[in-house]
Write a protein that binds this ligand. Sequence first.
Ligand code: ADP
Ligand code: MG
Ligand code: MG
Length: 889
Amino acid sequence: GKWIYDFSEGSKDQKDLLGGKGANLAEMTNLGLPVPPGFTITTDACRHYLEHGRTPEELDAQVTEHLQALEKSMGKTLGDPADPLLVSVRSGAAASMPGMMETVLNVGLNDDSVQGLAAQSGSERFAWDSYRRLIQMFGKTVLGIDGELFDEALDEAKREQGTESDLDLDAEHLRDVVGRFEAIVREHTGADFPQDPREQMDMAINAVFDSWNSDRAIIYRRRERIPGDAGTAVNVCSMVFGNLGADSGTGVAFTRDPGSGAQGVYGDYLQNAQGEDVVAGIRNTVPLADLERIDAGAYDELMATMARLEAHYRDLCDIEFTIERNKLWMLQTRVGKRTAGAAFVIATQLVDEGLIDMDEAVRRVTGDQLGQLMFPRFVSGGNATQLTQGMNASPGAAVGKAVFTSEAAATWVQRGEKVVLVRRETNPDDLSGMIAAEGVLTSRGGKTSHAAVVARGMGKTCVCGAEELQVDTRNRRFTAPDGTVVNEGDVISIDGSTGRVWLGEVPVEPSSVVRYFEGEIDPESDDADDLVRSVHRILTHADESRRLDVRTNADTPEDAARARRFGARGIGLCRTEHMFLGDRRQLVEKLILADGDAERQAALDALEPLQKQDFLEIFEAMDGLPVTVRLLDPPLHEFLPDLTELSVRVALAEERGEPDEGNLRLLAAVRGMHESNPMLGLRGVRLGLVVPGLFAMQVRAIAEAACERKRAGGDPRPEIMIPLVGAVQELEAIREESERVLAEVCEECGIDVAPLIGTMIEVPRAALTAGEIAGSAEFFSFGTNDLTQMTWGFSRDDVEAAFFHQYLDKGIFGISPFESLDREGVGELVRIGVENGRQARPDLKLGICGEHGGDPDSVHFFHEVGLDYVSCSPFRVPVARLEAGRAAL
Ligand code: ADP
Ligand code: MG
Ligand code: MG
């Protein structure tokens, strides 16, 4: 097989084979850019090495062949004592894993060739500096010697010369450092530093292969979801030298600002240094713009090269370069990482520069990035003091009083306070506190800790692993590293995007992107910044491209109005259960306790006008757009008092000798309705069938509200949705009753309203019998929350907090199936439902209203299976619009 490619043989599209670094070195070589010649050993060879514990048979001969070709083109021989060719041996996997694997520079130097290098370059100092670097890097990464030993020896030498800078060490000093380094190698390996250049190279190659499985590389891959068996390529690249003096140096650069996307000169440069010095922070770098003053010729060539790269890659690139005696060399490039905001700005800039079209611009940004731009942000300034910085586990800006227990969180919030829950780490018992709090701060645990996983799932701000904080739960306080003690009730601010924690209130403001969605910033006006303008253009194009409609889940007129401003074209899920809470609880109690038809009807009659009022306002907010109202779904006992609490109340009253008749009856009812698995109990359509008149009352409220809106000149478009149907017979019964009520109301009002009647598909049986169900349903809405619960047999409330973080750690799934639709399982049921439903009724309207409606990956799936719309929470509407556009392109 062919295990090696010369830089002139490959291209940027061969990342899987050559790794990102190798593929792009090849691309630059073929563009005619100044890349030091070299070759790439493929990832295939690495996989072979990892699998068999040794390199492929032919590799050695192929290395010899390519090395000879390299030597010929350079006119030098590796490690030649008189005039040595030196090479770097560099890792480079297909997926970028910055700093995770090894690179060795100056391979080919030994006690003899260091003299040749000195003679050829005319600089003794440079030669010894290069040699000490080789022993240092090789000793650490290839021979596995603790790098600190070398660092200490170097520091010691600097101390002896009374300096802190390596530049103050002259040739003599550095020769002395080499001696000390060689001694370290001898002491720790029992052998001399390898003097044979080819042996050095082979050892370095194997060390790079091995670094694929270093602990930090494994951890990094797990976190970034990079497959563990891909392997790394190895790049052997002839050395160029930035450490030859003041006319040399090395640097990194971006073709635009990766923070904001702004055009300009961004990067760092370090004179008289070798590559790794820049990142290692050995000395202070200067801004790249200063290079113009230091070396105008090299600077101009660099600028031209960067422009060339951008035009070629049609994207922001980051690069590594070295200047050797005023000559520019390119050592690396790749399409650079950027912030969410920069991604939008750069995409539209590139359109304006004619490098990409709008379709491509939409493809270049993601819903996740848009989501990040919608979080409120802390305004800098104010007089809060930063206490520490933890891990940015779940983005957002939260301000509130510190509380230390879940109970305290709930109590304080009931009093109308905003709180931040502070814990050493959270556990499932903290769930209610996490729900109540503005944000969560923990001193232990990483980004997959309980707190982090649950907070992200809830979209709640979270900073975790703030290890400098001493959290004292018992005494309800924590101590910051500077000794500041924060007691329960003290206001703190936490930034889930940066991990920062402050004492005091840092002011927050809505992001400019949200103000644009709210209609407060006109994207065409001067108020709009580059970001708002870019978001507007990209979303407009996504809207023009998408096939999926986007609706919202909203139960209040306020939410409906906001979602409409955010671009929702209707409501896909209007839950009616909140309409049974608050003061209306008493009416529900009456309904449940009703003795006989008359009492029950009285209770329903009292509820009906209240329901109607709710619908009137929502229909008005969504005038002209569909509003899918779901009839009552949760078990009725959710509206009743808590069993334990009520038992205590009754017992106390009895002790006092004043038993309360009403409470006794209520207690009996609560006991009678107790369910072990409420999720699988009396709820949804089952309620409608078991509690006479309940759904009829809701249908009547919908119909009357619609008539009234019409009479007022409005255009209400209600749709009636029956939850939790598993058999067509259930739906038929409710449908018959509903149609009767609708006809009655139309008759009474003299106005025609004919809402569509449809069902949720959220019980596996419904998906499997969708063909029959479609006979009685004008639309389906996939309730993917329940469908996920029932397909996996997970009760979401119980499992998510209890053990999902362990499932994620163990890799049983990469992401919670409640967050992103499980395509193979739940998705298959959706597909069956779609196909069978449409077959039975070609004009069946199909939508989804689970939380997956706002999840980018899931939106793509729903596009693929051919749904008509997705429905999601108001804040996710723009994300869904963008992803629906991306799915269609
Ligand atoms: P990483 O992937 O960690 O960036 P690299 O392989 O890019 O590792 O190398 C580390 C540093 O060494 C970089 O700054 C790079 O520019 C520099 N470097 C690598 N190869 C050479 C070379 N042949 N000549 C000069 N500098 C080099
Ligand atoms: Mg690099
Ligand atoms: Mg449901």
